[in-house]
Design a binder for this molecule. Structure first.
Ligand SMILES: *Cc1c(COP(=O)(O)O)cnc(C)c1O
Length: 306
């Protein structure tokens, strides 16, 4: 069966390269049919579960994972229920229901929505985890295969981290393509820095609360596989402010005409507010992970209030 994701453009950014003095390459996951990279892993996981006999799909999500499950269910012709925390924006909720899925609001954080979704699963309804599943990582890893096939070998890869499914997929893809030597810069926002705290303390840490506005990065704990990867691969954990993530989204709209969430702005901010780590590199690849749970107005309000 054909995958549910598309092969996204890989662009050398004129504005960002000019600004930073290095070649900045953009893997445009914002252009996926679900608006973010999530459809890669989630599309694969949904297809596999249906192939194995599931008759419906259940998801819990801060937005983009739910949208990806809703999109997948629509494409595969099965019903979908998505449980979201109250923090999920109206835009994201509408986007989920626009694919014909049922939206249930439960709890104030992803963890609570997750518990409720788990209770709904079983009896032919397959629960699709937003990040902690080897099938999800395998699906996400296809983005590295596409970069390898393009002929570009980046010196470093920058990607945002929530529950770290994307990070695990990137690492799986790097190792499969014999790119073990390419370092990864893993970016989180303050108040959603569950990987950073885990790396600092050498064990999985559960954050007391998510205080960042980058709700798509708002997993209180990263998957265990991600922490193990930090001792098997060169991974630099970086934490940026919400304000610089938002500012980077606004600058990116001006530079590329593409609207992304602060979760993605966090990665872009390593160029707009240049990170020393990036300076010695010639070809920097940014995973423009996307996200549709935001409007231009919302970004401007955050800019004025943060
Ligand atoms: C889900 C998401 C992330 C984080 O991905 P994880 O696999 O949870 O680490 C980053 N950016 C966007 C836009 C997302 O939707």
């Amino acid at each position: 069966m054909d995958p549910l994701h598309i092969r996204t453009p890989l662009l050398r950014s004129g504005p960002l390269s000019g600004f930073s003095g290095t070649s900045i390459w953009l893997k445009m996951e914002a252009l996926q049919p679900s608006g973010s990279f999530k459809i890669r892993g989630i599309g694969l996981a949904c297809s596999e579960r249906i192939r194995q006999g599931a008759r419906s799909l259940v998801s819990s999500s801060g937005g983009n994972a739910g949208i990806a499950v809703a999109y997948s269910g629509d494409q595969l012709g099965v019903p979908v229920t998505v449980v979201v925390p109250a923090t999920t924006t109206d835009t994201a909720r509408e986007r989920i229901s626009s694919h014909g899925a049922e939206v249930i609001v439960e709890g104030s954080s992803w963890n609570e929505a997750h518990e409720h979704a788990l209770a709904l699963a079983g009896d032919g309804a397959a629960y699709i985890h937003p990040f902690d599943d080897p099938l999800i990582w395998r699906g996400h890893s296809t983005l590295i295969d596409e970069i390898a096939a393009s002929g570009l070998e980046p010196d470093v890869i920058v990607a945002s981290v929530g529950g770290a499914g994307l990070l695990c997929g990137i690492l799986e893809g790097l190792h499969r393509n014999s790119w073990e030597h390419i370092p990864v810069i893993a970016v989180e926002t303050q108040g959603a820095d569950s990987l950073h705290q885990a790396v600092e303390s050498g064990r999985l840490v559960e954050l007391a609360a998510i205080t960042s506005i980058a709700t798509s990065l708002g997993s209180k704990r990263v998957c265990a596989r991600a922490l193990r990867w930090t001792s098997e691969h060169e991974i630099h954990s970086v934490v940026v402010t919400d304000a610089s993530a938002v500012d980077s989204c606004l600058r990116f709209v001006t530079d590329h005409g593409v609207l992304v969430e602060p979760a993605c702005g966090a990665s872009l901010s390593t160029v707009y507010e240049p990170l020393d780590l990036l300076k010695e590199n010639r070809d920097v690849l940014i995973v423009v992970c996307g996200g549709v749970g935001v409007t231009l107005e919302q970004l401007e309000t955050w800019r004025d209030t943060l």
